[in-house]
Design a protein around this ligand. Structure first.
Ligand code: SF4
Length: 213
């Protein structure tokens, strides 16, 4: 079964090549984006991020009053909640002096559990921050991953924890691979495996059980 997963990775890699996901200039921007993208399209996150201008930094968010923060992130929706979440994640990061290397010295399980205990941080947000901001080897499961598993199918089980464990069990334990595979799943979902699939030209068409159905 692991071979099947690896072959999906290889097929996608052959088509799209080496990709790296998370459009951000700094690890802190990844953290902010991971919170803002909850329940909204990435285009709205981009608008909210642009509202920070050059001011986006942990100290700015920590010091900003909630009204100002809410005004800036309004385009991302759920702005009252998300302003509180951003404050909470930033306060957590502040416990490490806003220093990426200090976080990276800690065990993955400890940091993951701290993030999950932070207001507004669920599993996908925690894993996105761990993988993309700090380079920890943890697989991010998102709606695109679940969709691909359901259609192909990849029998990864049900629910976030099971799917994450399946991918981690069947792939090399590598942040690079997890990052690249997730990016490949995302691009193929946007190009082909959309809500209404466009199977023509999909690189997985030759092996996917749902091709053309
Ligand atoms: S062949 Fe169709 S259903 Fe299968 S992964 Fe590609 S787009 Fe999705």
């Amino acid at each position: 079964m692991g071979d099947r997963l690896l072959s999906v990775y290889e097929i996608l890699f052959d088509r799209y090549g080496e990709l790296h996901w998370w459009p951000a200039r700094t690890p802190y921007e990844v953290m902010v984006g991971a919170v803002l993208t909850q329940n909204t399209a990435w285009s709205n996150v981009e608008k909210a991020m642009a509202g920070f201008g050059e001011k986006l930094s942990p100290s700015f968010v920590a010091d900003a009053d909630l009204i100002e923060l809410t005004r800036i992130i309004r385009p991302a929706g759920f702005f009252n909640q998300k302003a509180g979440y951003l404050k909470a994640v930033t306060a957590w990061f502040g416990g490490y002096g806003y220093d990426v290397a200090t976080v990276q010295k800690e065990p993955l399980a400890k940091i993951r559990s701290e993030l999950l205990a932070t207001r507004g941080v669920g599993q996908e947000t925690a894993d996105s921050i761990l993988l993309y901001a700090f380079g920890f080897p943890t697989f991010v499961v998102d709606a695109y991953t679940i969709r691909l598993c359901g259609r192909y199918p990849i029998e990864a089980g049900k629910g976030y924890t099971a799917v994450k464990a399946y991918f981690e069990r069947n792939l090399p334990q590598s942040a690079e691979v997890y990052n690249s595979f997730h990016a490949l799943i995302v691009i193929n979902a946007k190009e082909h495996c959309r809500k209404k699939p466009r199977c023509g030209g999909c690189p997985l068409g030759g092996t996917c059980g749902r091709c053309g159905i």
